[in-house]
Design a protein around this ligand. Structure first.
Ligand code: DP6
Length: 381
């Protein structure tokens, strides 16, 4: 393509960029009286990390994640049309079968944020029943899977109110809504590799929603394993939301945001060719950079624990001794995600039992793998 040709293509693609307005629905045709919808949405683990954001949940840099499989939230949404709309959002919340008042403010804020895009919200009373596949307070962030499952339930209701909604729009809008609950949740709608955040060399990438990674991905990554070593199950001292905000006025922020763009470019041939050495270098560097950003914020903080470092060192030693392509990544906490190809799963699990389980709280770890995305569990009631 000529230089002018490329410029023209870029101009055209910018012209067709979706905006928030594309998610405001046309007036509804029908209002179902009542019903129930259940969705199971997975968690995800970022390879290139989202850390830092602009207003309205816009990421400061693009990120990419493996969608997980077994670590998931199941949310049932029961809805009943109010006789008269009282102009307010109303819902009951049950977590693992019991009323959970402490979760309500986050959900209330989420529903208020998305009301422009789902203007039926005040016309219904909702009962939201939610549970996680992973142990309660395992230190695994449930906000990604939880917000994704709730967004999908609400969107299934909207789908009944409009003449038609194509699956691609459904997934985009679910991701768009989930993002407004928790940024990383927008990467928990589809699988297996999801990119979020506008990036020059990734066609279709958007700050508003996650999209399937559009390039070739080698078969070795199609069934990659993630064993989550539960180092510390308690509440984090600093929430992700607070951490993101500390990237404002952070001395290394701008360079870090550029680096995330560069790492996404570097990943392209690595993912295509199944270059495990290249993969390990980027993924581990991203994990440590994320935590380096925390350690160099003002105020600074450390989320890793001594056992996190013990595990990292043992993984490095094991890799050096055996040559097996096992690596780690971290999210905003002390737990370690150990990533490896399925072909070496037996050896990896033996290594965990022999050397790593001693560093896990109560010896707990979760065996997970790359997954295909959220699933609707019930049919229309
Ligand atoms: C370190 O998505 O939890 O896991 O948008 O404030 O809800 P909020 O933050 P959140 O941040 C996740 C950060 C991360 C990296 C990642 O998943 O990309």
């Amino acid at each position: 393509m000529t230089f002018e040709g490329r410029g023209h293509a870029l101009y055209l693609s910018k012209l067709f960029l979706m905006t928030e307005k594309d998610f405001v629905p046309d007036p509804y045709k029908v209002f179902p009286n009542e019903g129930k919808v259940i969705w199971k949405a997975p968690s995800n683990i970022a390879l290139v990390k989202y850390w830092g954001k602009k207003p309205h949940q816009i990421p400061a840099n693009p990120s990419i994640s493996f969608t997980l499989d077994t670590s998931a939230t199941t949310t049932s949404l029961t809805y009943k049309r109010k006789k008269e709309s009282n102009g307010s959002i109303s819902f009951d919340l049950l977590f693992e079968g019991k009323a959970k008042e402490s979760f309500k403010p986050k959900i209330q804020t989420f529903l208020e944020r998305i009301e422009t895009y789902l203007p039926f919200l005040k016309d219904y009373h909702f009962v939201i029943e939610t549970s996680n596949s992973f142990p309660h307070s395992s230190g695994i962030a449930s906000s990604a899977s939880g917000m994704a499952a709730l967004a999908l339930g609400l969107l299934s209701l909207e789908k009944n109110m409009v003449a038609e909604m194509e699956e691609s729009h459904f997934n985009k809008k679910a991701s768009f809504l989930a993002r407004l609950g928790s940024g990383s949740a927008c990467r928990s709608i589809e699988g297996k590799l999801i990119e979020w955040g506008s990036h020059n060399s990734i066609p279709g990438s958007s700050d508003l929603f996650g999209t399937r990674y559009p390039f070739h991905v080698n078969s070795v990554f199609q069934d990659y394993q993630d064993t989550i070593l539960l180092v510390h199950k308690g509440q984090k001292q600093v929430s992700s939301t607070v951490g993101h905000n500390l990237m404002h006025n952070h001395p290394f922020a701008e360079r870090r945001f550029e680096q995330a763009h560069e790492n996404l470019d570097k990943l392209q041939p690595i993912l295509a060719q199944g270059d495990l050495e290249g993969f390990i270098e980027i993924v581990e560097s991203e994990a440590l950079t994320l935590h380096a950003m925390m350690m160099t914020s003002r105020p600074y903080f450390i989320l890793m624990k001594p056992d996190t470092l013990e595990i990292i060192n043992k993984i490095w030693q094991f890799r050096q001794e055996t040559g097996l392509p096992i690596c780690f990544t971290l999210d905003a906490g002390a737990n370690v995600h150990m990533l490896y190809p399925k072909s070496i799963a037996d050896k990896a699990l033996q290594f965990i039992k022999d050397e790593l389980v001693a560093h896990c709280e109560n010896g707990q770890y979760i065996c997970d793998q790359i997954g295909t995305g959220a699933k609707r569990i019930n049919e229309e009631v």
